[in-house]
Design a protein around this ligand. Structure first.
Ligand code: BES
Ligand code: ZN
Length: 882
């Protein structure tokens, strides 16, 4: 049963709350099937005159008792349903409500509100889960000071945690129960409330903040896993230091706690002083986690910590402003990772993620602006657009205004809005004020969906010694937005001379280009560069300064030149990707028409030169050798996509690469052998990434030695990165060693669910026709459970999202399987089901036969009775043509 409030919700309908909550005192008595919640809230009219009635949000609640100012409220003065509490004639002054409800955490399979992860009690309140705990004005612009008393059996829940600082604890006399009282002095919205109870071990550390306050740091985890929390703890300390140095922000409570749980819908949650994490993003040791896992843990620990300022101290006025905290905080965690590791490598990784997730979203029926104007289910708007494009928009502010003004703008934002629930306009106004800039047109980045397309045409005039660059921008139509206005596009540009050095950027009208950034504002504009004494190669959108699709008239020779010489590392990588994409798109078409794939010796040689360039960092080279994925190629093709042809084109290029570069690939594989013990640092991770990429390409070329090397590496590895990489390479080869290694892997790690997840994913992503039946069989495996989101994501989401070929089987059975799973999951966990059904969103891009089957699959979901609002919202939008 879901909330009855009017849907859809529109930004233009925003009204400030009629009532504010000053304090919320919660007394939660934990019990597996019937936890009692006593909430004492003091309400006060917001401004003069709070209209009757007072309506509090609820969801699936049972009211036990209700008092107003200490007196039981007569039944004719209120209406309580599971989804709301209405007080017909509230007093027009400050008053207190005592609300008692009973909830069943063990029956909560949605993992929203108070639920149990194994034997642990925990909460997840963002976005609208608090209303599943008690009746409350559950909206982010109602900020209250919370005091939380938790009571539980000592044996069942020896550890009791909530937001803020611990103020009291003890036994409940005459019982086997105990209690703890936590007080959080910072006013916060209800979505940041959290409590945890259970048998948990912890690791503890301390940190002295820049103003000299001692903070206790604790990570709570299932007993026995303490050693696997040390990297997360180290990441937390580095994140805290970094926020002081980079943004002048320090922590503000006596204690900062993280709890790792194994049943969690998302990655992690930034509850004030008490972050709750999916244990996948906390637990790591060299033997159990890959370099990639370590990198994600560092980033997510930092991300949730950074929310303490961008999200908690300053929160969102309403959920339309979600990017205000998420986009900004992703920007902050990306910058943190860039400073901790390699900036160029991080940027390439972030842009790859943006293209694979956000560009695809922006090109399909679920496209929406960074700040949507309407939603039916807010859970469906925690999207790549809000997060990743939202981060790009913040990054563009920094590019446009420069680092000093950017920092000043952030400082002003923290001063002006601390303690408030703010809007995107208020955020951007801070930058306009410090830089005396007009950011009106820039605001279009928040309101217009769709990826802007920029066409750049360069021409050199040898006689006049000028270089002319014509730039035109268009923004494609998206649902509800048929026509668009031109955007502000900051393009970092360079003109690269024959010797690889940048030529000075001087325009004929005498103007120079500040910091190498050209800002486009019109549908079309031209730049004429003066004193260009040799024909240059234009390097555009350096560092991916704007999240656009750029097409240029650069020739293959120009791109190979940039790959070898551009001063901007991102564009060296980009040049190789562009060359590969052009080839893969051509070859996909050729293969569909039963033609022959062409080979591009120039590309192979350019990649060989990159491999042999001793100046480049190994992590960069590994990324350069990773050719665009099937989803990237499909997106580039855009329509009538045949996933089998895409796969064949990509497989052929990987084989050609492994064959053409066999000697240097073997060479690098052996040269990059590590001598010392495993360390998860960026340099070591980069060497391992390159070494494993070399091996994988050799196997892709069908080299039998590569298979035996992989089998040997699998057995000999002293760390999960190398073991997993070898297994993954083997899994792509239909050889006897594969089955043996997969079996060995399971028997080694059967007791470790997070490692079994890797085993599930690997099998789900094998691009062979037998995979679908194998995946179905694995749903019956004792290691699998539909009740645990990590298991479902590792097996089923991985099949739908990371195995383009088998998910898009020509017979449509891949779609049917996903639809069956969605319908089975939906009644239990709608958020998880909604994310899974989104895998079908880009059905219109497919060739006609698959398109028909995918549409029929979506129609089957749409026709099912009693869908959750979450799944219903996705399928309705996915099927709507406009
Ligand atoms: N606030 C979110 C968690 C969240 C998301 C809660 C959706 C409820 C609904 C948190 O800060 C977050 O963004 N987590 C990400 C990881 C992050 C590194 C991008 C996640 O959980 O995937
Ligand atoms: Zn976040």
């Amino acid at each position: 049963m879901r909330t009855e409030e009017a849907r859809p919700v529109r930004l233009e309908d925003y009204r400030p709350p009629d009532w504010l909550v000053e304090t919320a005192e919660l007394d939660v008595s934990l019990h597996p099937a019937a936890s009692r919640v006593r909430a004492a809230i003091t309400l006060r009219p917001n401004g003069n005159g709070a209209p009757a009635p007072l309506v509090l949000d609820g969801e699936a609640l049972n009211l036990v008792s209700l008092k107003l100012d200490g007196v039981a409220l007569p039944p004719d003065q209120f209406v309580a349903t599971p989804n709301r509490l209405t007080i017909t004639q509230p007093p027009q002054r400050r008053f207190r409500l005592d609300i008692e409800t009973v909830i069943d955490p063990s029956a909560n399979t949605q993992l929203s509100g108070l639920y149990r992860s194994g034997a642990i009690y925990c909460t997840q309140c963002e976005a609208e889960g608090f209303r599943r705990i008690t009746y409350f004005p559950d909206r982010p612009d109602v900020m209250a000071v919370y005091t939380t008393r938790i009571e539980a059996e000592k044996g069942e829940a020896p550890v009791l945690l909530a937001n803020g600082n611990l103020v009291a604890s003890g036994n409940v006399p005459g019982t086997t129960r105990h209690f703890a009282v936590w007080h959080d002095p910072f006013p916060k919205p209800s979505y940041l409330f959290a409590l945890v109870g259970g048998e948990l071990a912890c690791v503890e550390d301390r940190l002295r903040t820049m103003s000299g306050c001692e903070v206790t740091l604790r990570i709570y985890v299932e007993p026995g896993k303490e050693q696997r929390c040390l990297y997360a703890m180290d990441s937390l300390k580095r994140a805290m230091r970094w926020d002081e140095a980079a943004f002048g922000r320090e922590y503000d409570l006596d204690i900062f706690m993280i709890v790792a749980v194994s049943n969690f819908n998302m990655g992690a949650m930034e509850n004030k002083g008490l972050n709750i994490f999916n244990d996948k993003y906390i637990l790591a040791s060299p033997e159990t986690a890959t370099d990639n896992d370590f990198e994600r843990i560092e980033a997510i620990v930092a991300h949730e910590y950074f929310h303490n300022w961008t999200g908690n101290r300053i929160t969102c006025r309403d959920w339309f402003q979600l990017c205000l905290k998420e986009g900004l905080t992703v920007f902050r965690d990306e910058e943190f990772s860039a400073d901790q590791r390699s900036r160029a490598v991080e940027r390439i990784g972030d842009v790859r993620g943006l293209r694979t997730h956000q560009f695809v979203e922006d090109a399909g029926p679920l496209a929406h602006p960074v700040r949507p104007a309407v939603y039916r289910e807010i859970n469906n708007f925690y999207t790549a657009t809000v997060y990743e494009k939202g981060a790009e928009v913040v990054r563009m502010l920094k590019v446009l205004l420069g680092p000093e003004n950017f920092r000043k703008g952030m400082d002003l934002y923290f001063i002006r809005h601390d303690g408030q629930a703010a809007t995107v306009e208020q955020f951007v106004q801070c930058f306009a004020d410090v830089a005396s800039a007009d950011l009106t047109q820039f605001m279009l980045w928040y309101s217009q969906a769709g990826t802007p397309e920029v066409v750049a045409t360069g021409s050199y005039d040898a006689a006049a010694k000028t270089y002319r660059l014509d730039l035109a921008q268009t923004i494609p139509a998206t649902p509800g937005q048929p026509s668009k206005a031109p955007m502000v596009i900051p393009l970092a540009v360079g003109l690269v001379g024959r010797d690889g050095r940048d030529l000075p950027l001087k325009l004929v009208n005498g103007r120079t280009i500040e910091h190498g950034v050209v800002t486009l504002t019109k549908p079309a504009e031209s730049l004429l560069f003066a004193d260009v004494h040799e024909p240059p190669v234009a390097s555009l959108n350096r560092g991916f300064s704007a999240p656009i699709k750029l097409s240029t008239n650069l020739s293959s020779d120009d791109l190979r030149f940039l790959a070898a010489h551009d001063a901007d590392a991102f564009n060296r990588w980009e040049a190789l990707q562009t060359l590969a994409t052009r080839l893969l798109v051509d070859n996909t078409a050729a293969l569909r028409a039963n033609g022959a794939a062409r080979e591009d010796r120039g590309l192979l040689d350019a990649l060989g030169a990159t491999l042999n360039d001793g100046q480049l960092e190994p992590a960069f080279v590994a990324l350069a050798l990773t050719i665009p994925g099937e989803a990237d190629i499909a997106r580039e093709i855009g329509r009538d996509v045949d996933p089998d042809a895409v796969f064949a084109a990509r497989t052929a290029l990987r084989a050609a690469l492994g064959k053409h570069l066999a000697a240097p690939l073997f060479d690098h594989y052996h040269r990059l052998t590590e001598s010392g013990p495993y360390r998860p640092d960026a340099a070591g991770a980069g060497r391992r990434a390159l070494r494993n990429t070399c091996l994988d390409l050799l196997a892709a070329a069908g080299r039998p030695e590569a298979v035996s090397i992989a089998a040997r590496q699998y057995q000999a590895a002293d760390n999960m990165t190398d073991r997993m990489a070898a297994l993954s390479t083997l899994s792509l080869c239909d050889v006897p060693q594969r089955a043996a290694a997969l079996e060995d892997f399971y028997s080694r790690y059967a007791d470790d669910p997070l490692i079994v997840d890797k085993w599930l994913t690997l099998q789900a992503t094998i691009p062979e026709p037998a995979t679908l039946d194998r995946v179905k069989a694995l749903t019956e495996h004792r290691a699998f459970s539909f009740a645990n989101p990590n298991r479902v994501r590792s097996l089923i989401h991985a099949f739908a999202l990371a195995n383009q070929k088998e998910f898009n089987r020509a017979d449509g059975r891949g779609y049917d399987f996903i639809v069956d799973t969605v319908l089975a999951l939906d009644p239990k966990n709608p958020q998880l089901a909604a994310r899974l059904v989104s895998a079908l969103r880009n059905w219109r891009m497919l060739e006609p036969m698959r398109r028909g089957r995918a549409e029929a699959a979506l129609q089957r979901v749409a026709a099912a009775p009693s869908l959750s609002p979450d799944v219903d919202d996705i399928v309705q939008r996915a099927l709507t043509q406009d």
